[in-house]
Design a protein around this ligand. Structure first.
Ligand code: PRP
Length: 211
């Protein structure tokens, strides 16, 4: 019997790119291209079922086995450290984890630094390696507002094109981690479906060679 591979795709532009890579790898599911609000698409013949998942939730579906595999950003993997296999760097969705502030910010190391971020664990690890005392302010989005309104001294956030920082008069102080999309797998399901997953992984690896 053909085992169905359950795949959690990150909703949005990145997810669409990922789908086309999976299609090329021999896991097509044409109905996914129909523009509707459905979240699950299946092609029994090709042995694949796709789910559209909020990008930051992909690792949860995979860790708990609701999906066998998925594609998650390295930022999410570094922040939450889910217990999954990281199989491949897909070399798309590239950006950086960075510290940014207002252009006129001067760091006084005698004071506790106020850091606004979505990535609490990443920020803590970054500053603890420097022995820097910080006060974390956890936000869920629009992080750039925090230094402008005096809520924080700096932010730790993702920078892709740099447009958001620029348009809000903020500057990068340091880029400290490269981020990109990763293929991840549930540890137990990987053993059970290793044949399909390895076939997919091999083709994706070939496709990323030219990226
Ligand atoms: C992310 C990130 C920055 C922006 C960076 O936000 O938090 O705000 O993208 O991209 P850029 O360098 O190309 O401008 P996202 O769009 O995920 O929205 P958010 O404010 O809800 O976090």
């Amino acid at each position: 019997m053909n085992k169905i591979l359950n795949v959690a795709l990150p909703k949005g532009r990145l997810g669409e790119k990922v789908y086309y890579m999976f299609e090329k790898a021999g896991f097509p599911c044409p109905t996914i291209k129909e523009n509707n609000r459905k979240l699950i698409f299946e092609n029994e013949e090709a042995g694949v079922r796709y789910f559209w998942v909020k990008p930051s939730d992909v690792a949860i579906y995979v860790e708990r086995g609701a999906a066998d595999i998925g594609v998650a950003g390295k930022d999410i993997l570094a922040e939450y450290k889910p217990d999954v296999y990281e199989l491949l760097d897909l070399k798309i969705g590239k950006c950086n984890m960075a510290v940014a502030s207002k252009a006129n910010f001067v760091d006084d190391r005698r004071k506790t630094l106020k850091v606004a971020t979505k990535f609490t664990n990443i920020a803590k690890a970054y500053y603890s390696a420097q022995g820097r005392d910080i006060d974390i302010i956890h936000l869920n989005g629009s992080i750039e507002l925090a230094p402008i309104l005096g809520l924080s001294d700096v932010i730790v956030d993702i920078v892709e094109t740099g447009t958001t920082l620029k348009e809000n008069n903020l500057v990068v102080l340091e880029k400290f981690q490269d981020i990109s999309a990763r293929l991840i797998a549930n540890k137990a399901n990987f053993k059970f479906k290793s044949e399909q997953i390895e076939k997919l992984q091999k083709s994706l690896a070939e496709q990323t060679e030219n990226l």
